[in-house]
Write a protein that binds this ligand. Sequence first.
Ligand code: ATP
Ligand code: MG
Length: 252
Amino acid sequence: MPTLFELSDIHFAYPGRPPALAGASLTVTAGERLALTGANGAGKSTLLQIMVGLLTPSAGHVVAFDQPRRREADFHEVRRRAGLVFQDPDDQLFCPTVAEDVAFGPLNLGMDRAAAEHRVRETLDQLGLSTFRDRITHQLSGGEKRLVSLAAVLAMKPDVLLLDEPSNGLDEPTTEHLVTILDNLPQTLILVSHDPHFRTRLATRTLTLTHGQLTPTPNRPRRGSHEQRGAAPLNPAGEAGGLPRPHHESKP
Ligand SMILES: Nc1ncnc2c1ncn2[C@@H]1O[C@H](COP(=O)(O)OP(=O)(O)OP(=O)(O)O)[C@@H](O)[C@H]1O
Ligand SMILES: [Mg+2]
């Protein structure tokens, strides 16, 4: 399987702050679903932003889609092929309506308006969000915004999805709905999540960010995906999914 991202010995500090990343290395292979975890403030969101060139490391190398990426121009292709769903949906959504927010990416990629509108319909249908099409984005609830953020990125059909705490603030049925959606996506996934249940359901591999570095973390056994698909409801506003919650949370 081809390597999509290779980060070597990444260092990064925000101005006047201690290092957030201090020798982080990471390889992402096509088709995998990699979970990243670590304490609040460990640097997970920073790492995702470095991967798509929104932040520049002070040292280390980023190779993405077989090319070294250093300058801003190097990352234009990366951002077309790797879609980052931000931790805060308000960083993602800035248009008056849901349809405009979801159309923004496809239009920005050069799609004509009719094709972009088709892509909006298709993506909202895929996520069970068709009824949100004409809603005013800033009037959506936090959980609704989170799903619309995912739609806005999926509408660009990236090769890789980088999801920063995608289940944060979602109720249990909506989380199950999200797991089902993500489990059925063909894309390579990089999932930042504090939720061990969510990680177990989706991730093929987990890395923990501690002291600015990534180390492998044993995954708890993953359930068969046929079981997940059979059990999870497909209605974001629907009834409780009824899947058992984990009995305890093991520290990463
Ligand atoms: N714009 C910024 N300016 C200064 N410091 C920042 C900025 N953004 C983040 N930090 C700091 O950098 C460190 C890493 O932050 P980051 O958001 O990457 O952590 P995280 O692992 O994503 O945390 P969380 O689990 O809470 O989302 C934290 O100490 C944070 O306070
Ligand atoms: Mg974060």
